[in-house]
Design a protein around this ligand. Structure first.
Ligand SMILES: [Ca+2]
Ligand SMILES: [Ca+2]
Length: 191
């Protein structure tokens, strides 16, 4: 009985597939005609690339006399939408500043919005605490400086900075990770 059921269900499935193909073929023919008429309409490209990304700790720790902490940062060569940073051997009160340039590599002017860290929007020129390991105590605070709301035309770039400061409540021997994201928005879509 079960075998008979299986057999009868096969033709039904094939029938549905055929109908779907017929509809797709009709739509495709229609779409091709539309494209020929409107062939001159070209949309612009909204794009951006990180072109500069460096930190101010290239040896002696900023504000100190020893080289204890290390800061490495680099841009993804394959996809310059991504940049990375690693801070090693950091300690409470260690602070490092990053400078970033984002170039408009598209054809439409855009505005850079305030960056977000782990989804939380930073505040221009103010420290924002982050509890990166979820133990209830902030481990770092991060300050974003400048760059917000600037209209950047194709070929131009916006420069902004980021300060990262390690707090007293950070745990020794820990690795903290976070994601910072920057959104650029088409120039006429900013309120
Ligand atoms: Ca150092
Ligand atoms: Ca914490």
């Amino acid at each position: 009985m079960a075998l008979l059921k299986k057999k009868t269900s096969i033709p039904a499935i094939i029938g549905i597939v055929l109908v779907a193909l017929a509809i797709a073929g009709y739509s495709y023919a229609h779409w091709s005609e539309y494209i020929r008429v409107r062939g001159e309409v070209e949309t612009g490209k909204l794009d951006a690339a990180i072109v500069t990304w460096f930190c101010n700790d290239a040896g002696i720790d900023p504000g100190y006399t020893k080289d204890v902490a290390k800061c490495y940062c680099w841009i993804d060569k394959q996809d310059p939408h991504y940049a990375y940073v690693t801070i090693e051997n950091a300690y409470p009160s260690y602070e490092v500043r990053f400078t970033c340039d984002i170039e408009n590599t598209g054809t439409i002017p855009w505005f850079m919005l305030t960056p977000k860290v782990n989804g939380v929007t930073l505040v221009d020129s103010q420290w924002v605490d982050f509890d990166l390991d979820g133990d209830g105590k902030p481990d770092v605070n991060i300050m974003y400086i400048d760059g917000e709301g600037k209209q950047i035309h194709p070929g131009q770039f916006v420069e902004w900075s980021l300060r990262i400061h390690v707090k007293q409540s950070a745990t020794p021997g820990s690795t903290y990770t976070f994601t910072l994201s920057v959104e650029v928005v088409q120039w006429n879509m900013v309120e």
